[in-house]
Design a protein around this ligand. Structure first.
Ligand code: HXC
Length: 288
């Protein structure tokens, strides 16, 4: 029995707000990104998710497509964000088959726990390449389409854009580089780079109507990242809430809601920002 829409996205959002919009998402088969895409599809969007594993990417796409009757969701596997050619081919195919790319979620990331002593140059580089270079490649592959989408809503330069905008990017970052975390030097450096890439895109592409923001999820229940970082807390709710002012870990739905906000008309004038969604955890952990 499928869960109701309210399990995936808050009822505050109106049905159809993303009708005729297309979202392109790297890392789209992962727990957080698939929830972000599913929420947008519930609200009217079509989508293209990108991943390295063919079977997993196709099956997650098929599952997301059940969110709304008539939804089109492409799952393109065998695409590595480190390979600009394969990414460009995927972006072109998305635009050709679905008609446009209005929103981009750059979510592909790599992570594992390792001390610097055990981290080889190649291991550090692998994470930098997936997170930073992969996000850059994603921008390059999709930017012409985003500019085209943003141009549809260009105004006189004084009036805010008309209803239902496009030309928006969200980078999925993290909070561990704000507080610091042992065994995560590679990820701390990579995510700091992702934040700055978002900032750079805002400055350079803002005049073309693009908005570029970051969502920085904190401890989110049931995600691959948290499973890798903290298995005990994942299985013990009493432990999980420690160190979070809100007293609990977050849900992927709460990341999906932040995504909807930034892509919706409510987020028109938010550009170059980092939206931390972590129940206040980094304020507390950063102060100790
Ligand atoms: C030390 C490791 C390692 C480990 C891999 N390496 N795992 N070193 N400890 N646990 C080293 C390898 O030995 C190799 O170096 C280098 O990393 C590249 O490994 P490959 O397996 O060849 O690379 P690749 O197949 O490209 O895999 C990339 C990966 C892998 C990042 C290493 O973990 C991966 O594919 N992850 C994708 C899924 C993922 O991580 N999802 C979680 C995202 S969550 P040598 O020197 O031997 O050649 C997330 C949230 C972060 O990002 C924030 C959480 C709060």
């Amino acid at each position: 029995m499928p869960l109701p829409k309210s399990a995936y996205v808050s009822d505050v959002w109106r049905d159809g707000i993303f009708a005729n919009k297309v979202v392109f998402c790297t890392g789209g088969a992962g727990t957080i990104c698939s929830a972000q895409v599913r929420a947008l599809v519930h609200l009217g969007a079509n989508a293209c998710i990108i991943g390295r594993k063919v079977e997993k990417t196709e099956s997650v796409a098929a599952d997301i497509a059940t969110a709304r009757p008539g939804a089109k969701v492409l799952g393109l596997g065998n695409v590595d964000v480190r390979n600009p050619e394969s990414l460009q081919a995927a972006a072109d195919r998305c635009a050709k088959e679905l008609g446009s790319i209005d929103f981009v979620i750059a979510g592909a990331a790599g992570n594992f726990l390792s001390s610097m002593n055990n981290l080889s140059t190649n291991a550090f580089k692998a994470v930098m390449d997936i997170d930073v270079l992969g996000s850059y490649n994603t921008v390059k592959a999709t930017l012409p389409y985003l500019v085209e989408s943003a141009a549809k809503h260009k105004t006189d330069g004084v009036t805010p854009p008309a209803k239902g905008t496009g030309g928006r990017i969200i980078f999925v970052s993290a909070t561990i580089h704000y507080t610091g975390m042992p065994l995560q030097s590679h990820v701390m450096v990579a995510k700091a780079g992702v934040d700055q890439l978002a900032h750079a895109v805002c400055i350079e592409q803002g005049p073309r109507g693009i908005t570029s923001n970051v969502i920085a999820p904190g401890p989110i229940r049931g995600t691959e990242g948290m499973e890798r970082l903290s298995t005990k807390a994942n299985s013990d709710p009493a432990v999980a809430g420690r160190g979070v002012p809100s007293g609990r870990w977050g849900t992927v739905k709460e990341i999906a809601d932040a995504t909807v906000y930034l892509f919706s008309d409510s987020g028109n004038y938010v550009n170059g920002e980092i939206l931390v969604v972590d129940g206040g955890a980094w304020h507390l952990n950063g102060s100790t």
